[in-house]
Every structure is written in C-alpha cells, then in structure tokens.
Design a protein around this ligand. Sequence first.
Ligand SMILES: Nc1ncnc2c1ncn2[C@@H]1O[C@H](COP(=O)(O)OP(=O)(O)OP(=O)(O)O)[C@@H](O)[C@H]1O
Ligand SMILES: [Mg+2]
Length: 457
Amino acid sequence: MVQISEVKDSQSRERRTAAHTHIKGLGLNEHGIAKNIEGGFVGQADAREACGIIVDLIKSKKMSGKAILIAGPPATGKTALALAISQELGPKVPFCPIVGSELYSAEVKKTSALMENFRRAIGLRIKETKEVYEGEVIELTPEEAENPLGGYGKTVSHVIVGLKTAKGTKSLRLDPSIYESIQKERVTIGDVIYIEANTGAVKRVGRSDAYATEFDLEAEEYVPLPKGEVHKKKEIVQDVTLHDLDVANARPQGGQDVLSMMGQLLKPRKTEITDKLRSEVNKVVSKYIDQGVAELIPGVLFIDEVNMLDMEIFTYLNRALESSIAPIVVLASNRGLTTVRGSDDDIKAPHGCPPDLIDRLLIVRTLPYNQEEIKTIVSKRAALEGSTLTEDALNKVAKHGVTKSLRYALQLLAPAGVLSTSAGRSEITVEDIEECELLFLDSRRSIKVLEENSKFL
Ligand SMILES: Nc1ncnc2c1ncn2[C@@H]1O[C@H](COP(=O)(O)OP(=O)(O)OP(=O)(O)O)[C@@H](O)[C@H]1O
Ligand SMILES: [Mg+2]
C-alpha cells in the first residue's frame, strides 16, 4: 500500500546558529553615533563609532593602503566588529577574512599566501560599452556542409541565428565556433541573448517573457524583449577581484586581455600564480583604469589573531601596504606584550606586532563589558537560540560573564537548554545553570584543577 504522510510546515525547519549570527551591522545612527542596542550589537560604543568612520572612509575610497588594529581582551567583540564592518560595506566591496595561522602551509610560501589574500581583497569594476547583437532568438539553424576531409561525416559550416527586438529582426550568419558557445550556454528558441561583435562571446540573458507560462516548473529568469535595434552598443558591468583575474590568467589557454578572461572565470582549474603573472595582470589592469574602462574598488583584508604572524610576514606586509593598489587591512589581537614570532632577540612588543608596524596603525580599542551589557548580550543570544531564561537565571549567567568570561557565559546557554528540556521545563532556571557549572569547567577552574593535580584534569 502506498503511504501518504502529511508534509510538515517548512517553517519548523531548524535554524543553525553560529557564534556571530546575531550581529547584523554596526548599529549606528545617521550621524555615526552608536545606538545602545542595535544591529545585534550591545555597548562598545567607541569602538563601533570608530569602525563606522572606517566604513565611511572605505566607501569614499580614501582609505586604501591603511591598516587598523582592533585590540582588546578576549571576547570583547573584535571579530564581531570586523564582521559588522563587512556587513556595512555590502556585498559589492570585497571582504577577505583570514586567521593569522592560515598563511602557513607546506605548499605555498607564506608571503605568497599573504599576497593572494591581498588580491582577493581588491575589487575591479569593469564597465564596458560593447558592440553587441542582442535580441530574442527566433531562429537557430546550423548549416551543414560536406566534410572537406572527405568521409561520410558532415561538419557545421556556419549557423544562422535570427534575433528579434521590439524594433525589428535580424538574421546573422555566424562562424561554427560561435555555434559551440551557443550550445554551451544552452540557448534555445525564445531565449534572449547577446553576442559580442568583436569576440563572438555569447551570453544568455534569460528567457523572453513572451514564453512565461503560468505553471513554471523550472527556476527561470524572464526578461522583456530588448528595446532598440538588434545591432547596438551596450554597457556591461562586471565585478571581479584581482585574484580572480590571476586565476583566470594562470590557465594555460588564457585569453590575451582582461576582458576576454572574464568568460572563463568560473572554471576551477589552477596552475601556479607567479609574481610575473601578477605584474602582467597589474599592467593590463592599470591600462584599463587609465582608459576609464575599469575602476578599482579597494576592499578589506581582515587578519584575525595577528600575533600568529612572524617577522618575515610583517616586513612583507609593510611593503604590501605601500603599494599603489592595496586594500584596507584590519588586524585583530587579544595579546598585550608578547614576543613577535621569528624575531631574533625575543623582545616583547605590544599585541605581538613589531613596533614599526604599530606605528602605521590606527588602533581601535575594545573594552570589557559590564554586567548589564553582558545580560543584554546573553538574552539576545538566548532569544536567537530559541531558549528562555528566568530573570534569576539570566542574572546568574551575566554574573559569570563578568567574573569568568563572556564566552563562558554564552557557552552555558546551550547545555542549560538541554537540561531544562529534559527536566520538562520550558524555561532555563538557576538550577540548570548551576548544574551546568558543575559539569563544565571554566578556564580558571580548569587551571586550578590542573595545578592541584599537576598532570591532568
Ligand atoms: N557588543 C556585543 N554585542 C553583541 N554580541 C557581542 C558583542 N561583543 C561580543 N559579542 C559576542 O560575543 C562572542 C565573543 O565575541 P568575539 O568573538 O567577537 O570576541 P573577540 O574579541 O574576537 O575575542 P578573541 O580575542 O578571543 O578572538 C561572539 O559570539 C560575539 O558575537
Ligand atoms: Mg576573535
């Protein structure tokens, strides 16, 4: 017998929450002043306002080649601030987050890895007016001819494509190579396409809305019939990063210029990207910028845990910051005075960065939270995770936030939720929190246990 079960409401789908899911932006008003609780952020007003200024500078493109350090004790929202900056900048500005230790790998030199990430953080907006043939496909007939090499097979000698716009129709006789790209884009009658006159590249824009049916089974984008003539000039805008261009150009059969590389961006096959190749790409890019075809969009490279970098990377970083096409570099560190990795004399330096780098930085400081702020952050997280706490329990967790750490306090929420559910309660109570404290040690307590037993927990 066939079983039929009811489809459950899709609203009940479980949501995953990550550490920073509740952060939605910096939460500033139109004058750049931090609202007390906004965009998921609570308190930390000075640091948020400083980040707001940085966002403005980046947007007005006055900031490239500068570096900012967000410094402060653990769990004071440094990583959260960097994420909020990227949210404020929007999706069009490249944002490349890495952790200091990511630069060490056995395959790629660490300086080369840093350069790669630099170039991921620099965008290029290419605006081009191209001569194109655009319209709805009304005819698509490959014409065959006898194979010139003899034999029984036939080859396509050319293809006839009929294009229609609101103004008229045109029939084009195209080279067989263009027929291949038409097939690759899966163009059929009724699609709106354009063909670049110079290169013969074919781009499918969407399906003509004359073909839109009421019952649409496939996700299809319907576009109106193009206005104007079939043969015309059209402005095309594309956003890429310099790294995209490096990758596209590292391909053996890569095209001759930036623009012909664009079509190949999505194919993931890598060969090595050398310094020589990068400087070639730079040359072409600066030519396009001079001609006004392209515009540079410096984005953000965020390096978390900057104390993980070593002397060699730091000197390279200094130089890279001085190049004419550098992104804004945001660093974060929770260290005070520590030794810089790879320095000879093992002298201590602030935040684990060499003094000459510190000198170039704008430093934003984050401060520890008070109990009231921690209480608000905890209740926000609890709401996000779908659990409710009694007022007493909330106060208790907040107190842990002050005496132990904010992370420990936030960490307690999920297991306390499990305890309360298994006890059949809908709210997390003080007892649940207390039980969790017994089950899960905070860092200080685990250190104490270690000291007493000297070897293991
Ligand atoms: N002001 C705030 N408002 C709301 N949530 C916050 C705030 N500050 C921190 N948080 C949250 O607290 C947690 C810890 O913050 P975060 O990871 O940003 O700290 P951090 O300063 O990067 O710490 P570390 O130095 O250990 O890397 C995160 O879940 C973060 O989203
Ligand atoms: Mg962090």
